[in-house]
Design a protein around this ligand. Structure first.
Ligand code: PXP
Length: 238
């Protein structure tokens, strides 16, 4: 059975729109947990455009399921992770000018760097996931650097403009999950998933967890966080 981790960045995005204190991302995280999320995800960006250091500290204190810190593998972020000790870090690529994370991480061209970064996290008892495109080169690279998990990028699948393209991408994700499992990695997925396209991803064998932010927070504006999370879990189960 595939579990749901909820990304709460967009609650903080809304708060930052007015530079005040509401809505409170911590409240959203607690409600998501109560509604059945098995993990809370947040991305601490270099520019702190949504989640900030205070949010991360509070989340560490109050989240009892699993805290997944998405971050670039920079020196600054590695030292924050060592300080906070999330349950999991997910290494993601990060560009200042992007609206959201675009594309997967290039692990294959940075084996030495990521081997080191992964070892540092593991020494501190933090599991490590890599957000990568569903291709063999990057999966093998993630296994080589010592990853526990690969999060397969579902952006192309989610943005497919017709059924043929969507089916093609689904097959790529399915094959990637197989390769990752054979390489001894656990498999998760995320990016752009919504209430309509989530089910086939959850039917991929060994798909342990999916990470969803935008679709859930967008629906929560109308139906509340509790209902938005419960409705997503229902869509995942079919
Ligand atoms: N996984 C990763 C690594 C991401 O960077 C994001 C976006 O923050 C997500 C999942 C969730 O994507 P979405 O907000 O489109 O559901």
């Amino acid at each position: 059975m595939t579990n749901l981790a909820v990304n709460i960045d967009h609650i903080a995005t809304l708060r930052e729109a007015r530079g005040g204190t509401e809505p409170e991302p911590i409240t959203g995280a607690l409600l998501a947990e109560l509604a059945g999320a098995v993990g809370i995800v947040c991305h601490l960006r270099e520019d702190r455009r949504h989640i900030n250091d205070r949010d991360l500290r509070l989340l560490r204190d109050v989240i009892h399921s699993k805290l997944d810190l998405e971050m670039a593998a920079t020196e600054e972020m590695l030292s924050i992770a060592i300080d906070i000790v999330p349950d999991l870090v997910t290494f993601v690529p990060e560009k200042r000018e992007e609206l959201t994370t675009e594309g997967g991480l290039n692990v294959a061209d940075n084996i030495h760097y990521f081997t080191n970064a992964t070892a540092i996290m593991r020494e501190h008892g933090i599991e490590v996931s890599f957000f990568i495109e569903p291709n063999e080169l990057q999966i093998e690279a993630a296994a080589t650097v010592g990853a526990d998990i690969v999060e397969l990028h579902t952006g192309i699948y989610s943005n497919a403009i017709n059924a043929a393209e969507r089916d093609f991408e689904l097959r790529r994700l399915l094959e990637a999950a197989e390769i990752a499992t054979e390489a001894g990695l656990r498999v998760t997925a995320g990016h752009g998933l919504d209430y309509r396209n989530v089910r086939p991803i959850c039917q991929i064998p060994n798909m342990e967890e999916i990470s969803i932010g935008h679709a859930i927070i967008a629906r929560a504006v109308f139906v509340g966080m509790d209902q938005a999370v419960r409705q997503m879990i229902a869509a995942m189960r079919g």
